[in-house]
Design a protein around this ligand. Structure first.
Ligand SMILES: NC(=O)C1=CN([C@@H]2O[C@H](COP(=O)(O)OP(=O)(O)OC[C@H]3O[C@@H](n4cnc5c(N)ncnc54)[C@H](O)[C@@H]3O)[C@@H](O)[C@H]2O)C=CC1
Ligand SMILES: O=C(O)CCC(=O)C(=O)O
Length: 428
């Protein structure tokens, strides 16, 4: 970590993210002032949330809402509950949302929220109080056409339900569109639960078609069995791949002939370590104790879907996959990406691969603003169509610029839209 001279201490993740934008601005032939316009967030809110713990004592939790850029529309991005989250990492995640929303063609700017907490250590009552407290604390800066949070690591549909309820109580009337990824019974859409993983699977299929003609039978390994990882595993198998390995913090579940991923849909309450143990206990998977073994397995596609900075200079040498699809945000460092590029390994970047979550959030928001409801099939069809179109747009751009990485093509495409809109609005 080092000081930037600004309001926060920078981190490797933020430095890497800004480096990628700078590179994109240069490759796209865009002016340096444009980089400056994007290198700092428009607004940062820092909050302290008191929670009366079950032992009767008040504990304070620090939280943030970073609003990066709203030139394309209301701010949009998830909220992370994680014990090690920093303000600088939240800034990096907000920057990625600006790019992701632009690339997906959504009418949204980018934002991200976070609370430094380990949600697994809270009781259900404490978690509810924290979630409601966070919603109250950020309420002055959000709104259904202002800034629309959603889940990220450590948060889920139940937490969104508490937050939308709290915000609605403050307003005195129901405001369904202020948070997305809510439960289906509270203005949500059933697709959102698995939307990000479904989108990752669709993009993996499209990439496999370009690379091998089809996804059928290709061997896939996935890091992380949370919301994104487990639904990626389920859908990529439904689309024809053979998921041979999944991992979480307690190790890797490996099965050469392919895991039975129906276990995921049959055990919706299970995720992370408990789901991994179920693959071992019920599906006869081998349990490899070292979680990092996932990176060096002999597979066709590797999908990191847990956290950032996991494929780095020190472990990239072990990667044997021909394609890496980034389910997580920022899982590959620029150093590691350079090595993969030189070896001809294709990296499908996060802002393209994992956009299914926010695209689905957008569909839910459109439903909410009109008090309208689409059914599951119709919604999934729309999501699949947007993801496929986005993939093809980036792929075609990348094909024209063979010296670029696919990330370069995605970032330049996203930046061009933002730049054009900034110009039109007279911001630069
Ligand atoms: N939830 C969403 O809709 C979206 C999430 N993302 C990104 O996807 C990634 C995962 O997010 P979620 O699935 O929502 O989080 P989650 O909290 O539901 O799941 C994360 C999982 O990763 C596991 N994990 C953490 N460190 C690990 C490690 N070193 N090795 C193996 N497993 C590890 C955790 O135990 C947990 O099971 C994050 O980078 C997030 O920002 C991106 C787009 C949308
Ligand atoms: O659905 C959303 O608005 C949040 C998505 C998100 O946080 C992400 O794509 O990283």
């Amino acid at each position: 970590m080092s000081h930037t001279g600004g309001a926060y201490i920078t981190t490797a993740f933020l430095e890497n993210t800004l480096y990628m934008i700078k590179r994109g601005v240069e490759l796209g032939g865009l002016p340096v002032e444009f980089y400056e316009a994007l290198s700092k967030p428009k607004r940062i809110l820092i909050v302290n949330i008191p929670v009366k713990m079950d032992n009767g004592k008040i504990q304070y939790f620090e939280g943030y809402r970073v609003q990066h850029c709203d030139v394309l529309g209301p701010f949009k991005g998830g909220v992370r509950f994680h014990p090690e989250v920093t303000l600088a990492d939240d800034v990096a995640l907000a920057v990625l949302m600006t790019l992701k929303n632009s690339l997906a063609g959504l009418p949204y700017g980018g934002a991200k929220g976070a609370v430094r907490v380990d949600p697994k250590k809270l009781s259900q009552r404490e978690l509810e109080e924290l979630s409601r407290g966070y919603a109250r604390a950020i309420a002055p800066l959000i709104g259904d056409v202002v800034d629309i949070p959603a889940p990220d690591v450590g948060t889920n549909a139940q937490i969104m339900a508490w937050m939308v309820d709290e915000y609605s109580k403050l307003k005195g009337y129901n405001v369904p569109g202020v948070f997305t990824s809510k439960p289906p019974e509270l203005w949500g859409n059933p697709v959102r639960e698995y939307a990000t993983g479904f989108g990752v699977a669709v993009v993996t299929r499209e990439m496999a078609k370009k690379q091998w003609g089809q996804l059928e039978g290709k061997m896939v390994a996935i890091q992380g069995l949370g919301n994104v990882g487990r639904w990626t595993a389920y859908w990529v198998a439904k689309l024809g791949a053979k998921v041979v390995a999944v991992s979480d913090i307690n190790g890797v579940a490996y099965k050469k002939d392919g895991l039975n991923t129906d276990i995921i849909a049959e055990n919706r309450g299970l995720s992370g370590p408990s789901l991994l143990e179920t693959f071992v206990a019920k599906d006869g998977a081998e349990h490899i104790r070292n979680p990092d073994a996932i990176f060096s397995l002999e597979v066709d596609v590797l999908i990191p879907a847990a956290i950032e900075n996991v494929i780095r200079g020190d472990n990239v040498g072990g990667v044997r996959a021909r394609v890496v699809v980034e389910g997580a945000n920022g899982p590959t460092t620029p150093e590691a990406e350079r090595v993969l590029y030189q070896r001809g390994v294709l990296v499908v970047p996060d802002i393209l691969a994992n956009a299914g979550g926010v695209v689905m959030s957008y569909l839910e928001w459109v439903e909410n603003l009109q008090w309208y409801i689409w059914d599951e099939e119709e919604t999934r069809r729309r999501l699949e169509s947007i993801m496929t179109t986005n993939f093809n747009r980036v792929y075609q751009r990348w094909e024209r610029e063979k010296q670029w990485t696919m990330r370069d093509a995605a970032i330049v495409t996203a930046l061009e839209r933002i730049y054009k809109t900034m110009k039109t609005r007279g911001w630069i």
